[in-house]
Design a protein around this ligand. Sequence first.
Ligand SMILES: [Fe+2]
Length: 205
Amino acid sequence: MFTLIDLPYKSLAPVISDETLSFHHGKHLQTYVDNLNKLIAGTDYEGKSLEEIVVASAPVISSAAEGAVEKSPAIFNNAGQILNHNLYFTQFSPEPSLSVPTGSLLAQIQKQWSSLEAFQADFEAKGVGLFGSGWVWLAADKNGELSILQCPNADNPVAHGLKPLLTFDVWEHAYYLDHQNRRAAHLKALWPIVDWNVVGDRYTK
Ligand SMILES: [Fe+2]
């Protein structure tokens, strides 16, 4: 039985308004939790972790000529959305303990993008460029190599064998009350509340 995560802060305003945070966490995420609990009741998915459910239910592309075959799309979508939102909400802080990456994560970002600013510009551009609803991710492979993924809908790095480090939600429910259709303005505004201590821990653990 999955439950709604508690937020580790009371407010992220003015970057994310209290109204957006309340709807996003209390309504949207709660709905995914309720849906998944109903969908997995009495199935082989019951008792598994979110990551295990995401991997087990991930869409599989068939090599056969008839094309793509999906398995358990509703379970994948709801489990993915819980995992994605849990990672999203817990990476933020109104007063981040680290406001920029440090150590091996910073070194890898500088190696691949030349600077933190260049990485942030690339990340924002890929978030803006993602058509429709989804998530832009910073992910790491098993060798520590970083990549930015544009994942539609509920997709995430876990479904592709990668480690999720940082994500911005580009579903309109994440920003419409605050920025209406201005996704780029929302993404640019998020950097000051990213807690790079959390992101760095995800990279090194
Ligand atoms: Fe969301």
